[in-house]
Design a protein around this ligand. Structure first.
Ligand code: URA
Length: 249
């Protein structure tokens, strides 16, 4: 089994956004950082950063924030942007304020457009982020799509051909699976993530996407009880579902 990394207490808490190392030192001296029921008065001491630390450490009366290695699912509502710095409401504004000061920072794993809702993953773990977005992992993403005009009938065949070209690109799209719900509603599963891919695919097919919602990444489905704007920490089983789901294309 690999050994847990350890960090100085002041570094650990400063990296989680609790304040400067000096401020953490003062919290410790005041007996406000407690591990397994005993105050830690020396902020220089090294702490093993284990996944269970939030259940064992209390800071100023509250459980410690999740240690580094955090991964979340967020039900992205319409109208918020997947960016750290654009104007207007950002997905990071839906998370606890202190989490915006974490180092390493939380980032979205891929993006959804401002006007797309649904399952969005975030992590501070760069290796996990790359694993999920890497073409090698071939993690499938499923979208529910509402269209402006009725289907013509050839869309499933064109999307599934592996030969479709998007405007301005010369590499054909990987085959996309499409299920028809009714003449203006489809479910598509992508095996790559190009810029505005679903909207551009249907524009190339002479249609227009009026609503777009992602409900599945790999084998992880957006839970029905996770309301728009709410988030949940991913379990090991959730992460396995994202990465280990069989992918068809
Ligand atoms: N395709 C799009 O067009 N938009 C998204 O947000 C995701 C996939």
């Amino acid at each position: 089994m690999s050994k847990s990394p350890s960090l100085r207490l002041d570094r650990l808490l400063a990296n989680l956004g609790y304040g400067s190392r000096r401020e953490i030192g003062l919290l410790a001296k005041a007996g406000l950082i407690v591990l397994d029921g005993a105050p830690l008065r020396d902020a220089d001491q090294r702490i093993a950063v284990t996944p269970d630390l939030s259940g064992r450490m209390v800071v100023d009366g509250e459980p410690l924030d999740p240690p580094p290695g955090l991964a979340l699912m967020l039900h992205k509502p319409l109208g918020v942007t997947c960016s750290h710095k654009e104007a207007g409401p950002l997905v990071y504004g839906l998370l606890p304020e202190r989490w915006r000061r974490r180092d390493p920072a939380l980032s979205t794993i891929g993006r959804l457009d401002k006007e797309t809702s649904g399952l969005l993953l975030l992590t501070d773990d760069g290796a996990l982020l790359h694993k999920v977005i890497s073409p090698k992992s071939n993690v499938a993403k499923r979208y529910r799509v509402a269209l402006d005009r009725p289907l013509k009938g050839d869309e499933g065949m064109v999307l599934g051909s592996g030969a479709m070209l998007l405007d301005g690109e010369d590499k054909p799209l990987l085959p996309v699976e499409m299920e028809v719900e009714d003449e203006t509603h489809v479910v598509v599963t992508l095996h790559e993530g190009r810029y505005h891919q679903v909207r551009r695919m249907f524009a190339a097919l002479g249609n227009h996407v009026t609503a777009l919602h992602r409900d599945r990444i790999g084998g992880l489905t957006l839970p029905d009880d996770l309301d728009a704007g709410a988030y949940r920490i991913l379990t090991e089983a959730d992460l396995r579902a994202v990465l280990d789901a069989p992918s068809v294309a």
